[in-house]
Write a protein that binds this ligand. Structure first.
Ligand SMILES: C[S@@+](CC[C@H](N)C(=O)[O-])C[C@H]1O[C@@H](n2cnc3c(N)ncnc32)[C@H](O)[C@@H]1O
Length: 240
């Protein structure tokens, strides 16, 4: 797996974290958030019913969990997640919500090393491609697991969208420059950012947001993998 190490895997591995946990105590609201997102993407949740899903980089499985409930629920999800902390948290979360093992496979692999002859109705990779140095290669790999009517769901970002986040990062790094331990840096920054995140109604745990947005080096990758880039790549390379 070392050959395919990237900034996410190094940072998460060194700190034994999967900083994408969400507060889903109000589970109905969590599902509604996801339903609204899919509606914006033009995907009615009914399309999920009985579907076969491949999710790449599911983190701790908080978004994945909703697939079992939305639109009547998916048939099965294959989850490719190389981070051991993420896999532990996925299994723990799914057990809590009584998702049985026949409904999902949690595969310890990077997407580059994953191999199957299976194709899926949905191929989902949220919040990870723009932070990689090889986004086009990854998109090409995802396409291998689709069939004629499949839907690929990916995240894209551009420099303008990232600008404010990067400015917050600059401030955070400056404020904590004399603190050695990451845990103590996070504690200091919680005082500033927790009230702001609460005001925004963010579901992600503030300490995880701080770790991922303000310290994860993958946010500094400059790929400019914008929506335009992704669409061009899909239309030209994948011949849609
Ligand atoms: C920022 S997290 C996003 C988690 C989740 N999709 C979400 O949106 O909450 C990025 C995820 O991608 C995973 N990842 C990083 N490199 C990967 C690779 N080469 N193949 C598969 N997953 C990878 C990480 O372990 C992590 O779970």
């Amino acid at each position: 797996m070392d050959k395919y190490k990237n900034d996410y895997l190094t940072f998460y591995g060194e700190n034994n974290i999967s900083p994408v946990r969400q507060d889903i105590n109000n589970f109905e609201q969590h599902c509604l958030r996801r339903k609204n997102l899919y509606r914006q993407l033009g995907i009615p949740v009914l399309a999920l019913r009985n579907s076969e899903v491949l999710e790449v980089g599911a983190g701790s499985g908080y978004n994945t969990l909703t697939y079992f409930f939305l639109g009547g629920g998916v048939k099965n999800v294959d989850i490719v997640e190389p981070n051991p902390t993420g896999r532990i948290e996925i299994n723990r979360l799914f057990e809590k919500y009584k998702i049985t093992k026949d409904k999902y496979n949690c595969i310890s692999s990077t997407i580059e090393e994953f191999a199957t002859n299976k194709t899926y109705d949905f191929v989902i990779a949220e919040g990870f491609i723009p932070g990689l140095s090889n986004p086009k290669e990854i998109l090409g790999i995802l396409e291998k697991y689709t069939h004629k009517d499949s839907i690929i769901i990916i995240t894209c970002v551009d420099e303008i969208g990232l600008y404010v986040e990067r400015m917050k990062r600059l401030v955070a790094q400056y404020i904590t420059k004399d603190i050695k331990e990451l845990k103590l840096k996070v504690e200091k920054l919680l005082v500033i950012f927790k009230p702001q995140l609460e005001k925004l109604g963010a579901s992600r745990k503030p300490e995880d947001w701080i770790l991922d947005q303000l310290f994860n080096p993958s946010l500094l990758v400059r790929n400019d993998f914008t929506m335009k880039d992704e669409l061009n790549f899909i239309m030209i390379n994948l011949k849609y």
